[in-house]
Ligand binder design. Structure first.
Ligand SMILES: O=C(O)CCC(=O)C(=O)O
Ligand SMILES: [Fe+2]
Length: 276
């Protein structure tokens, strides 16, 4: 259940920190799955998981389709710590938006970053992007994309924490330091952007945010690595961000509730009749 305070604060700030969303065992199991994936160059496959980088090399390594990496990652698809929040904030649950299920995951990945790595400032509602939008109408949320970013190890000062500009999901102007922040991104960081805060997390905490919020990450300066995983939820009529599709094996072994979120439609079979 989503508390009235969570609703209020999410509307106000554009994000919520869900502390202890996962227990120690769940975090341990997820890390064990990650460690079973041999670190490979971008482009390599491990089963149905793909090693991938975003726009530049200093943004760290991603494992796309991480829900294929084992049952601990499958559990995240409809985890009770955030699934009701995701449904409420994506909204449309009483409407025909949800006729093929409550939600759809259009991207899911784990990200590993080492020293010097970060992701630059991005999003914010100017320019407007329909998929990322934050919208509340008649006290009902209608967000295009709700991200759940889960810390798989502790993320404190110097560890390359996610940064958000609280309230920026409603801003009507482009941040005047946006381009400068992009430039400092060449050095790998959004540090020093006015209004941005670092969200420090303990392993097992989940950061829920609407993609319209202006966000990025600090540059990791400490040794070691930052490990997170991200699941992005939108309405059931959405489509995949990338060209990945869930494997037949995954669809077969998922619970019906999880399958519905991963693959909302089943194909309508054409009936063969005499006159068809
Ligand atoms: O790596 C981070 O901390 C930010 C991730 C991000 O930009 C996203 O998940 O949309
Ligand atoms: Fe992002």
């Amino acid at each position: 259940m989503v508390s009235e305070l969570d609703k209020y604060l999410f509307d106000l700030r554009g994000y919520l920190l869900l502390e202890n969303a996962l227990n120690n065992q769940e975090v341990e199991d997820l890390n064990a799955c990650l460690e079973a994936i041999p670190l490979k160059k971008p482009g390599a496959w491990h089963g149905h998981v793909h090693s991938h980088v975003f726009a530049s090399d200093n943004e760290g390594l991603n494992f796309q389709q991480i829900y294929e990496a084992g049952e601990p990652f499958e559990k995240l698809i409809d985890h009770p710590s955030w699934i009701d929040h995701s449904k409420l904030f994506v909204g449309g649950q009483e409407s025909f938006d949800a006729q093929h299920g409550p939600l759809f995951i259009d991207e899911n990945f784990a990200s590993i970053r080492g020293p010097g790595e970060a992701i630059g400032l991005h999003s914010g509602p100017v320019p407007w992007v329909k998929r990322c939008q934050f919208l509340v109408r008649d006290q009902q949320f209608n967000c295009g994309q709700i991200n759940i970013l889960i810390a798989l190890n502790d993320i404190g000062p110097g560890d390359g924490a996610t940064m958000v500009i609280p309230g920026s999901h409603k801003s009507n102007f482009r941040h005047p330091e946006f381009d400068q922040a992009k430039m400092t991104m060449e050095g790998g960081s959004v540090d020093g952007v006015t209004g941005a805060i670092e969200v420090h997390m303990k392993a097992g905490d989940a950061l829920l945010f609407v993609d319209a919020i202006c966000h990025g990450s600090a540059k990791r300066v400490n040794s070691g690595e930052r490990r997170i995983t991200v699941y992005r939820y939108g309405p059931s009529w959405g489509f995949f961000r990338h060209g990945y599709r869930p494997s037949k094996e995954l669809l077969k072994r998922l619970t019906p509730e999880r399958r519905q979120i991963v693959w909302p439609h089943s194909k309508i079979k054409r009936e063969i009749s005499e006159d068809s």
